[in-house]
Design a protein. Structure first.
Length: 432
């Protein structure tokens, strides 16, 4: 049974189980995979697919015929669901597009900032047990809005060497350019360095297990990455009016992801705490992934009693959870108090799963407390900012003495001379 504690008796690090230290051999194993893929390319990818996915592949890439056949096989109601979800995601992320700007408020000076898309992006999509079509939509659509030229999706095949019709349909709707039947650390290595079939990209995004996360960490610098994702997390803040059945269901929605997932309720109501405790036992007993759920709840599940909702939100800010649900009578009153959370779900009609699949905000979120300093995946993750600067000769000459003084105070004489040389040239021209 999930335990009940007093919030005041626990430190933030005791609330969520965030011990994600990798096993000692994970780093070495990932190093070996990366080196193997760099040296042996497609042959290594086929070998790892046989070893880890049990599939013998003739070709690594999904063909246009396979994509079209999957689309035709998929039932029209789910196609419509995918279309509506994609439309919602597209509408939300379109608001994130930044505008270039130019400043010309001083004579002889022009400066500004412009955004340019990353040229090539790789999207990692886990399979558990099928590739997640929601992850494809959430990662590909913002990249497409940003203007990325080439978007490559990688996801492991099933034992028959295929990817689910749902995932391929999502890739078609989202606008992926190429899809490869590979996963794990080997897919990250292929995206980072390229193989005979898989093109090298400039940035890798998307979730994965500890091997994918470790591989992304190791190839960072060769390519950009979005984040290092830890286990799924949910923290529910609830008052006495919350529905225990729904709160328990929301906690279980994260617990079924992974045995390391964290599911925490903070409530001001002892009665609700006991009701949720019972509901978790009842509902988990009938779930297909019961074993995973029970291990997650025993390892990272807690119910905490708080003196007030304000204290509950203050605790949430210290924890910085991936998902924060405010299952309270007036969630908008608490929203201004929230400082650190990946995504916030307001009220009893906004379960976390709404954000996972359909509403529009991204479900690729900072975990392990990184919401203190990072943000959900968005259009910004697929763009670069560049500044630009122009001075007329006279404008530079006017500023040169101050720039030279600054440079010399930092002990950088060549910097000073590079400015003064231009100012001197302008003076000579003026005197001639």
């Amino acid at each position: 049974m999930i335990p009940i504690y007093e919030l005041n008796n626990l430190a933030p690090e005791q609330i969520l189980n965030r011990d994600i230290r990798q096993e000692a051999d994970v780093g070495a194993a990932v190093d070996a995979v990366i080196a193997d893929v760099r040296q042996n390319g497609d042959e290594a990818l086929r070998r790892y697919t046989r070893q880890f996915d049990g599939a013998e592949l003739d070709g690594l890439e999904v063909t246009a015929e396979e994509l079209e056949a999957a689309w035709e096989r998929l039932d029209e109601p789910f196609r419509q669901t995918l279309r509506q979800a994609a439309e919602n995601i597209r509408a939300f992320h379109s608001r994130q597009v930044h505008q270039d700007f130019v400043i010309t408020d001083r004579p002889g000076i022009v400066m500004g900032q412009r955004y340019t898309p990353i040229a090539r992006v790789g999207v990692c999509v886990p399979r558990s047990p099928e590739a997640f079509p929601s992850t494809i939509l959430m990662n590909v659509i913002p990249a497409r809005i940003a203007g990325v030229e080439k978007i490559v999706v990688v996801t492991p095949p099933d034992k028959t060497g295929n990817i689910s019709d749902e995932a391929l349909a999502a890739a078609k709707i989202a606008g992926a350019d190429r899809i490869f039947k590979i996963g794990g650390a080997q897919a990250v290595a292929a995206l980072a360095y390229g193989t005979e079939s898989v093109p090298a990209v400039d940035k890798i995004v998307g979730p994965g297990g500890i091997y994918v996360a470790t591989a992304k960490r190791k190839v960072f610098g060769q390519v950009g990455i979005d984040m290092i994702a830890g286990p799924s997390e949910i923290l529910v803040v609830a008052d006495e009016g919350a529905d225990a059945r729904c709160v328990a269901a929301d906690l279980l929605s994260q617990a079924e992801h992974d045995i390391r997932a964290c599911a925490v309720l903070v409530t001001t109501s002892p009665a609700l705490a006991r009701q949720v405790q019972r509901e978790l036992e009842v509902q988990s007993a009938t779930l297909p992934r019961r074993d995973i759920v029970e291990k997650a709840l025993s390892g990272g599940g807690k119910i905490l009693l708080s003196d007030s909702l304000e204290a509950a939100v203050a605790a949430a800010n210290r924890i910085a959870p991936e998902h924060l649900e405010l299952c309270v009578q007036d969630p908008f009153a608490l929203l201004p108090l929230v400082k650190n959370a990946g995504s916030v779900f307001l009220g009893s009609s906004a379960p976390e799963a709404l954000g996972d699949y359909f509403a529009g905000p991204n479900h690729t979120l900072p975990t392990s407390g990184t919401a203190r300093f990072s943000s959900p995946l968005g259009v910004d993750d697929f763009c670069k900012r560049s500044s630009f600067l122009y001075y007329t000769p006279q404008a530079l000459a006017d500023a040169a003495p101050r720039i030279a003084e600054f440079a010399r105070r930092e002990g950088l004489e060549a910097h000073a001379r590079s400015v003064c040389a231009r100012a001197d040239q302008l003076n000579k021209e003026a005197q001639s």
